[in-house]
Ligand binder design. Structure first.
Ligand SMILES: Nc1ncnc2c1ncn2[C@@H]1O[C@H](COP(=O)(O)OP(=O)(O)OP(=O)(O)O)[C@@H](O)[C@H]1O
Ligand code: SF4
Ligand SMILES: [Mg+2]
Length: 365
């Protein structure tokens, strides 16, 4: 079997914090903790989770904008940490990024044509004619007219700027685009246009996406698979279809319950996500979700739950919903503990006063 396009193995990033004047101890922000996943060619893997759970840090580590504390990132089976100059340049062509705020990521002094052809000109010289032809082609790909190439970012709408950001990412014909909250700043109708554009481009060019979003409606629309993160760790990873049909991890369940339903005929569990996200400087012991989890047991305070395969490509880290004994069970077997957690059947230790709707919290951003 060929290696996946992108393989992330036990990726960890701790940011040291400067100690106070009187303190000798250096604390660290545990932004990403032992994260593993893969992305295949032409696939969309979405990463979701509350603010501060480490999504953008993963993107930065993949782009080598930050160095990992531990773990590896492999492209087509090659560890990017070991790449020398030429190999590094070749790899950079293959991975491109689209940012949340197209305005601040576009050079205001360059016109649209210059912006989208700049990545190619970092690698090869283009004649005036070649540059114009490339700009027109890229603009066409993202649904814009060639005349737009003479306009500056300030003369474009939010949706047009994001199309420009996508055109720039496409210029080097990447295998993988990392989109960090790429549609979060856009109106709902423009969001839908950009998502459809990304999916059309995937069909046409076979691009893979690592799509970071806090919006589960967007994620359900675009994802093939979804990784749910909590305080730096993946707590559940499953196909989009399976995840939205039935969440297994209590955190995923609460996230989905808190998101607005696009289809009013659909019914889902009413699970409330209680409490604030703890600090990644001093995460809770054991399962970091335990102070907010309605199913938490004493064991959850002390043991970090491992990610356990559930037999359908899904992995879940939860002592109650995915106990480690499931390991080795035949694919497709239902997890007998899936129904665990009914009121009274466990000994909940959660004791939280305030209730936070994570989606409301994000949408106010
Ligand atoms: N350079 C840094 N130095 C110290 N801490 C950092 C640094 N970059 C990120 N962090 C911290 O790491 C944690 C994860 O941050 P990150 O930006 O990856 O979260 P996120 O999931 O992308 O959040 P959001 O949804 O708000 O964008 C946060 O607690 C953040 O404050
Ligand atoms: S039941 Fe325990 S392990 Fe599972 S999510 Fe809740 S606190 Fe974590
Ligand atoms: Mg972020």
């Amino acid at each position: 079997m060929s290696a996946p396009l992108l393989q992330v193995e036990s990726l960890t990033k701790h940011f040291p914090l400067s100690p106070g004047i009187l303190s000798k101890n250096i604390s660290v922000v545990r932004a990403v903790e032992d994260v593993s996943f893969s992305v295949s060619a032409g696939e969309t893997l979405c990463i979701v989770g509350e603010s501060g759970c480490g999504k953008s840090t993963i993107a930065r580590l993949l782009m080598r904008l930050a160095e990992p504390t531990a773990g590896r990132v492999l492209i087509d089976g090659t560890d990017i940490a070991g790449l020398k100059r030429n190999a590094l340049r070749a790899w950079r062509r293959r991975m491109q990024m689209v940012f949340q705020d197209p305005y601040s990521s576009l050079n205001p002094r360059l016109n649209a044509g210059q912006i989208i052809t700049e990545p190619v000109e970092n690698f090869e010289r283009l004649s005036h004619k070649q540059r114009k032809a490339l700009a027109a082609e890229l603009l066409r790909k993202v649904g814009m007219l060639p005349q737009v190439m003479d306009r500056f970012p300030s003369e474009l709408s939010g949706g047009q700027r994001q199309r420009l950001g996508i055109a720039r990412a496409l210029a080097l014909q990447p295998s993988l685009i990392i989109a960090d909250e790429a549609v979060s700043a856009l109106d709902v109708s423009v969001q839908a246009q950009i998502l459809n554009l990304l999916m059309d481009l995937q069909q046409e060019m076979g691009i893979a996406y690592l799509f970071i979003s806090h919006d589960l409606g967007v994620v359900e629309h675009i994802a093939h698979r979804v990784a749910v993160m909590y305080l730096g760790r993946i707590v559940e990873l499953a196909s989009s279809e399976a995840l939205f049909a039935e969440a297994v991890h209590p955190y995923t369940e609460a996230l989905i319950a808190a998101a607005p339903l696009p289809d009013p005929t659909r019914v889902r569990a009413s699970v409330t996500l209680e409490g604030e996200v703890p600090s990644p400087v001093k995460p809770p012991s054991g399962c970091a979700f335990h102070p907010r989890c309605p199913l938490a047991l004493e064991r959850c305070r002390v043991e970090v739950p491992p990610l356990v395969p559930m037999g359908d490509g899904r992995v879940v880290a939860c002592h109650v919903r995915a106990p480690a004994r499931v390991l080795g069970s035949a694919p497709g077997n239902a997890n007998p503990s899936l129904t665990a957690g009914m009121p009274g059947s466990l000994h909940p230790i959660a004791n939280v006063q305030n209730t936070t709707n994570i989606c409301t919290q994000h949408r106010a951003d």
